[in-house]
Design a protein around this ligand. Structure first.
Ligand SMILES: Cc1cc2nc3c(=O)[nH]c(=O)nc-3n(C[C@H](O)[C@H](O)[C@H](O)COP(=O)(O)OP(=O)(O)OC[C@H]3O[C@@H](n4cnc5c(N)ncnc54)[C@H](O)[C@@H]3O)c2cc1C
Ligand code: SF4
Length: 509
């Protein structure tokens, strides 16, 4: 029967808060969900991501039907090329007078959607994605007239707006930010809790089999699939985190270890980014844990800052600066991405661990992404586009709106400082301080040159040396540049030459 409204729900919008579903009349709407070729293949997505999304979409379709919606579901096997083709198929099979969509997370897709009305010969309404706590418009208003768009000030506004961790108009405990208490390295100070695996039903097992068959060359070991695929199971994951890991989250947020890929992190970005969890509910749940006395203020604030601050801020930056943001390469980084980024086979222990778990599990925590992998890419001057594509491909939570500001912006300083006030560049000493990888490594984090010297060390100084002019305009780099300049010419030349040797060796592996 012809329906009034077609509602296209994208794979990263699996939420009852979807703006078109909230007000829809199930009797008069057809919901379209489609596993299309273009979206599944525009990068070599990790199989964990594809399996999570396909299974979550199929579970969401079941839930929609239980609520009385007619659902047109097109599985990957049907080989529909694009989302527009899926809408055309639904139009031919069911018929609808208008199509309603929620704005997508990617610029590329929003551009495409703007052409759909002509193609479908129907009105296409693109609704604002109200699942974010700061709209694209809100962010642009906040950004208007500011010289620098620093996350901290945005975050304070958001704390006030949502009354999270506030005492009247003042921050709880008198401080906005407890980051200084959240930087401990890992020395095995306490037990890391064993994470339970969310339940896996026949539908998920079938998806895993199909994804393994259809994407044989993509990264991801699905024998380790451990993701929730329904909102209920994702909520259980959050509850587990709040009880067992949140109390330690702040303290060990920046820690690195051989002992666990997860440490005390939330493992919730993949759910937030596809609609299985809502950001405000997550923040409120964490605040409630603090108010009950289950965690310290530093832990709760540290976590809320990530979700309410960083996550909303990067999304705002993305839309504020697209499409230009994708073209920045301030440091002229063009060294080809080494092949071993796709295998994890390097003798640098910290990097090998971070790459391998990213490829196999689809997950690495923030410090691995930023200070191990990203830092290496920054120091070695790896090609910005290739690095971005790698990040977009390997992570279970990767979508361009969040990957782009984080990779060229935060990790690679390719945007020239729109996002970060200085490059996140660090030597092996930082990695040693933050964890236990160096003990298991064939390199010595204290050595800068010569056999056995940690490659991060000479590469760090190579980076400082080759960008000294650009960095000298940054007051936060003055001390480091001053120290480098005070060295003898011979010493500087020896370090730079050793770094060149390292770069040649790394390229040839
Ligand atoms: C180079 C690089 C690439 C990244 N790519 C992605 C990506 O593709 N998708 C993605 O969701 N996150 C990305 N991040 C941000 C962050 O690393 C992940 O959100 C986090 O590691 C996810 O794990 P978690 O849920 O255990 O996070 P936790 O450490 O438990 O943090 C809680 C939540 O805070 C949010 N958050 C924290 N930091 C950021 C941030 N910088 N940007 C956005 N959200 C943040 C996430 O939603 C996260 O789930 C990237 C960071 C870097 C440095
Ligand atoms: S010595 Fe260097 S390469 Fe090895 S784990 Fe430590 S920081 Fe990483």
């Amino acid at each position: 029967m012809n329906k009034t409204t077609g509602i296209l729900v994208l794979g990263d919008q699996l939420s009852w808060q979807h703006p078109a579903l909230i007000s829809a009349d199930p009797a008069d709407a057809v919901v379209i969900l489609a596993e299309v070729v273009e979206e599944a293949t525009y990068v070599r997505h990790n199989r964990h991501k594809i399996a999570l999304l396909f299974s979550a979409m199929r579970h969401f379709a079941v839930a929609l039907r239980e609520r009385g919606f007619q659902v047109e579901y097109y599985a990957f096997e049907e080989a529909l090329p694009t989302l527009l083709a899926a809408c055309e198929r639904a139009q031919a099979q069911v018929g609808f007078n208008r199509l309603v969509v929620c704005e997508p997370g990617e610029y590329r897709l929003r551009e495409q959607m703007q052409t759909w009305s002509a193609a479908l010969e129907r009105e296409v309404e693109i609704l604002e994605d109200t699942r974010f706590l700061s709209s694209i418009e809100d962010f642009s208003q906040w950004a208007e007239g500011r010289k620098q768009l620093r996350m901290e000030y945005f975050y304070r506004e958001m704390r006030k707006r949502y009354a999270l961790l506030m005492e009247g108009d003042q921050p709880e405990g008198g401080k906005w930010n407890y980051d200084a208490e959240n930087r401990s390295g890992w020395r095995g100070q306490c037990e890391i809790p064993e994470r339970p695996t969310p339940p896996q039903d026949a539908m998920t097992r079938e998806v895993i089999k199909a994804v393994n068959a259809a994407f044989p060359d993509n990264p991801g070991d699905l024998s380790t699939f451990r993701w929730a695929v329904t909102a209920e199971d994702a909520a259980d994951e959050l509850s587990w985190f709040c009880t067992h890991a949140l109390p330690y989250f702040g303290t060990y947020q920046d820690a690195l270890t051989e002992s666990s890929p997860w440490l005390f992190h939330g493992l919730i970005s993949m759910y937030l980014n596809c609609g299985l969890l809502e950001p405000l509910a997550v923040c409120e749940r964490v605040e409630a844990a603090y108010r009950k006395g289950d965690c310290s203020l530093a832990a709760a604030e540290g976590f809320i800052r990530q979700v309410l601050g960083w996550r909303e801020y990067v999304r705002g930056l993305y839309w504020h600066h697209m499409p230009d943001y994708k073209t920045h390469n301030t440091l002229n980084a063009t060294t080809p991405l080494p092949d071993w980024f796709w295998t994890g086979e390097t003798d640098m222990q910290c990097l090998s661990r971070a790459l391998t778990q990213s490829l196999d599990l689809g997950y690495a925590h923030h410090i691995q992404r930023l200070m191990v992998i990203g830092n290496f890419a920054l120091l070695a001057g790896l090609d910005v586009t290739a690095v971005c594509e790698w990040y977009l491909a390997v992570y279970v939570d990767a979508y361009e709106w969040v990957e782009l500001p984080n990779t060229p912006g935060m990790a690679l300083f390719a945007d020239g400082g729109i996002m970060a006030s200085k490059p996140y560049a660090a030597s092996g000493k930082y990695i040693q301080k933050q964890g236990d990888h160096c003990k298991a490594c064939c390199y010595d984090p204290k050595k800068v040159t010569g056999d056995g010297a940690c490659p991060y060390n000479s590469l760090y100084w190579h980076f400082i040396d080759r960008h000294r002019e650009l960095l000298s305009a940054n007051p936060r780099m003055g001390l480091i540049l001053g120290g480098w300049r005070k060295r003898t010419d011979d010493n500087r030349a020896a370090v730079v030459s050793w770094a060149d040797t390292n770069l040649l060796r790394l390229a040839s592996l």
